[in-house]
Design a binder for this molecule. Structure first.
Ligand code: SAM
Length: 277
């Protein structure tokens, strides 16, 4: 749909783009085609679409997939989609908050032009609960940069480490604001995340890994040992935190933002196996 078609449809249906829900609809067929080409959906795929909006991407996903589950929080949009795609047996439109909806089993790919106010939580959910093999998402440009940031850089954070332990990421293309109606205030980037065949963190250590990452970035300007021992996310004495840093072969002055996802994975394994020493 182009801008005038979106205006016409939303007026006819009594819908008005809700800024709080991140409703910026794609109005560029070229961008939709690029998203679909990269997602490479096949008849073997069961696709989860988060925030289908007016269905710009949904239509193409349905053409290619075995099935599509489209989860939309907005009642008016969900109603519109059910009518628009009434003849599409491969599509299930779910009116719910994706963050609250019970996980849907059997998803092979997740696709979404994500609402930016909750994209971090959505990605955590896809990574940790769904364990989605392939994720294709449009994100605020700064968020995409955070995911791909290198240790020691200002953008490096908990999301970089958490996703990095389970996924390889790739920047696919950048999208200008003019591809959306209404135009957002920020620019966007479309990225792919591919689940590692052998994630850096084993199931047995995930809880400890999460707590360590939260603790380290809770005090990102502190040394790692000080952040780990002072954080409400972990109960570790200062001496034990210092010993952990030493045993990992890290410098005593190292900060959480200098540690790679692999370093955090090794720390989690060590703590889970040996406890604080
Ligand atoms: N996919 C459409 C497109 O590209 O034109 C719409 C994308 S728009 C950036 C984000 C969509 O996510 C909106 O339709 C919004 O209502 C929906 N949304 C926002 N928060 C949501 C949530 N927690 N769960 C499900 N959908 C949500």
């Amino acid at each position: 749909m182009n801008t005038s078609e979106i205006r016409e449809v939303t007026a006819r249906e009594g819908l008005s783009p809700n800024k709080k829900l991140g409703q910026n609809f794609l109005c560029s067929d070229a961008v939709v085609e690029r998203i679909l080409a990269h997602a490479g959906v096949t008849p073997y795929d069961t696709v989860l679409e988060i925030g289908p909006g007016l269905g710009a991407v949904t239509e193409g996903l349905c053409r290619a997939a075995l099935g599509v589950y489209a989860v939309e929080i907005d009642a008016g949009l969900a109603r519109f989609l059910k009518t628009r795609f009434a003849q599409e047996p491969r599509l299930t439109v779910i009116h719910d908050d994706f963050l609250k909806h019970q996980p849907i089993p059997g998803i092979t790919k997740a696709v979404g032009n994500l609402p930016y106010y909750c994209s971090t939580e959505i990605l955590f959910r896809l990574a940790e609960e769904y364990r989605t093999p392939k994720i294709f998402v449009m994100l605020q440009r700064e968020m995409a940069e955070r995911i791909r940031a290198l240790p020691g850089s200002g953008s490096y954070g908990a999301i970089t480490v958490t996703l990095g332990a389970f996924y390889e990421s790739e920047t696919l293309f950048k999208i200008e604001k003019t591809a959306f109606y209404p135009q957002p205030e920020v620019s966007s980037t479309f990225i792919a995340l591919t689940r590692r065949e052998d994630p850096l963190v084993g199931d047995a250590h995930i809880e400890t890994f999460r707590a360590l990452v939260k603790a380290a970035f809770w005090g990102r300007r502190k040394t790692l040992a000080t952040a780990l021992s002072g954080s409400p996310h972990l109960s570790l004495e200062k001496a034990a935190a210092s010993a952990l840093v030493r045993e990992m072969g890290l410098d005593e002055k190292v900060r959480g933002e200098d540690c790679s996802p692999g370093d955090f994975a090794r720390m989690a394994e060590h703590l889970a196996n040996h406890g604080p020493s």
